[in-house]
Design a binder for this molecule. Structure first.
Ligand code: CDP
Length: 216
């Protein structure tokens, strides 16, 4: 159940905008737990692939979503770019989103609170969060970051493919009818295109501390 004493920080934004890096650092800084909600949708896509099913089978996706276990979120292959693309197809099914909503809310509202990153955290999952951040960056920079990330993970990738898939994913995530990616009206927008990781982090901490000061 939602606990209003919990300290909840939401970080939303498009693919490779730096959400994960920022959210992890914020969780460490404020001694909170961290949930990468994208890994939930990726895990469903991965399970479907393992079962030889394509991502267009909405009912199957819902069934898998209802049976998802915490351990399913730790599979290294979830980071594959094609799994990200399939995840965005699955994430557009309303029943899939419904099936994973309680898990995310319970995670957020277990004391002392948590940092969650994703697409709809500040708008749908935790609309009453303590502080909301929306992290953006131009697409060219996001593609460069994603290529670097994939390279570090030892995953082969081609720039033109990453760019195409990112375009497709951005469009689908923003245009879908349920929980589309959008700036929550009370979110703090950070454009990280020309900022270092430290600058993004300091900017976010400054905003969160100010916000926290308003609620205590
Ligand atoms: O790492 P990246 O930002 O590229 O993707 P992700 O956060 O792992 O999310 C993969 C896909 O899951 C996204 O493209 C979204 O379609 C979906 N997603 C979502 O719909 N809602 C969330 N809260 C998180 C992810």
């Amino acid at each position: 159940m939602a606990n209003s004493i919990c300290f909840v920080i939401t970080v939303d934004g498009p693919s490779a905008s730096g959400k994960g890096t920022l959210a992890r650092r914020l969780a460490k800084h404020f001694c909170l737990r961290y949930l990468d909600t994208g890994s939930i949708y990726r895990a469903i896509a991965f399970k479907m692939e393992k079962n030889g099913c394509d991502s267009l089978q909405a009912e199957l996706a819902e069934r898998i979503a209802l049976r998802l276990a915490k351990e399913d979120l730790n599979e290294p292959e979830l980071r594959r770019e094609d799994i990200g693309l399939k995840a965005s197809v699955i994430a557009a099914y309303p029943k899939v989103r419904e099936a994973v909503l309680d898990y995310q809310r319970e995670f957020a509202y277990t004391l002392p609170g948590a940092v969650l990153d994703g697409r709809d955290i500040g708008t749908v999952v935790c609309p009453n969060a303590t502080a909301k951040i929306y992290l953006d960056a131009n697409r060219e920079i996001r593609v460069t970051r994603r290529l670097k990330e994939l390279q570090l993970r030892g995953m082969e990738s081609i720039e033109a493919h990453v760019l195409l898939e990112m375009k497709e994913r951005d469009k689908r995530d923003k245009k879908r009818s349920v929980a589309p990616l959008k700036l929550a009206q009370d979110a703090y927008l950070i454009d990280s295109s020309n900022l270092t990781e430290d600058e993004v982090f300091e900017n976010a901490v400054c905003f969160i501390e100010k916000k926290y000061g308003e609620v205590v």
